[in-house]
Design a binder for this molecule. Structure first.
Ligand SMILES: [Zn+2]
Length: 311
């Protein structure tokens, strides 16, 4: 299997007109809770969910992609509408703060899409994101509920920029920990311990709901992340490896989420069916590997997803 880092985004970000609109999904400030309570809300079991949030649920959404890049598609808005027709909700992550501003405006009319503020480690590693972008991230983070794709990548291709990545990610984590109550979609390639060190040191691990996207760390790192209360978004490539299969069996049921990491950055037109197919395939594989009823698993993952997207 090709290593994850070789398969992910490989081309420069496509240009789109800038919009100055912020995240249209921003909801009115929730009553102040303790940071621990806020985090627990995103993780807690169905029974524990406050009644007050039930009305926010969209009953037409049954399947959720918790880490995708819808803005990479030329027909991004149409793709989002196609997903809604199929009952699919999405957390669409971005790779730069400017990309987030554009995507948040683009998906503002799409009730099934949440847009996350990103500062992808590859963009930090190769200098496409600079000090100015980190500063813009810090500004935007004040009002963003969803953050991603952020993290660290210490695979050989990016390891030379380790210190630069760490400095940027420290600032990302500090900015998120400041207000707390955010959801983070995390990239951690050969760096899961380093990512968790930063998140713990800054208080982010405690105050925010942390989702490890496409976890590929060691089993010790998996256990640490589970103890920290992290969630895991699983894509089809995880159960394709022996280690990945062991991991998806070991992840507690209420921490499991689905993702596609699609479309690829080079995507021109992209069809909603090409998102639904891998989501359904992953769901079926998880049910088989965990010896669970597929419908029950789908319902539980949907519940966890709704909770995360409402966090
Ligand atoms: Zn991604």
């Amino acid at each position: 299997m090709t290593r994850p880092e070789d398969e992910r985004h490989t081309q420069a970000e496509g240009g789109r007109p800038l919009s100055q609109e912020g995240d249209a999904h921003q909801r009115p400030e929730a009553p102040r809770q303790s940071e621990t309570r806020r985090k627990k809300d995103a993780h807690s079991e169905a029974e524990g969910r406050a009644e007050g949030n039930v009305s926010e649920r969209d009953p037409s959404l049954r399947l959720f992609d918790l880490h995708c890049h819808l803005d990479f598609a030329e027909n991004a808005r149409e793709l989002a509408a196609g997903l809604a027709q199929r009952g699919i909700g999405a957390l669409s992550v971005t790779v730069t703060p400017a990309g987030y501003v554009r995507a948040a405006a683009l998906f503002a009319p799409c009730a099934n899409v949440r847009t996350a503020l990103g500062l992808h480690p590859w963009w930090v590693a190769d200098g496409r994101c600079t000090e100015d972008d980190v500063a813009q991230f810090e500004q935007l983070a004040k009002d963003a509920r969803f953050v991603g794709e952020v993290g660290l990548d210490f695979a050989p291709a990016h390891a030379a920029s380790r210190d630069v990545q760490l400095a940027a990610f420290e600032r990302v984590a500090h900015a998120c920990a400041e207000g707390g109550g955010k959801v983070l979609s995390l990239h951690a390639v050969r760096s899961a311990d380093a990512v968790m060190d930063v998140l713990e040191r800054t208080g982010c691990a405690e105050s925010c709901a942390c989702v490890l996207h496409w976890f590929s760390g060691t089993s010790d790192e998996l256990q640490r992340a589970i103890k920290l209360g992290f969630l895991f978004s699983v894509n089809p490539r995880m159960p394709a490896t022996k280690r990945g299969r062991a991991y998806v069996r070991a992840i507690p049921a209420d921490r499991l989420l689905l993702e596609t990491d699609l479309p690829p950055e080079s995507a021109a037109r992209y069809d909603a069916a090409d998102v639904e197919t891998p989501l359904r395939a992953t769901l079926a594989e998880l049910a088989a590997l965990r010896a669970e009823d597929p419908e029950a698993l789908e319902a539980r993952i949907a519940l966890t997803s709704e909770r995360v997207l409402q966090a």
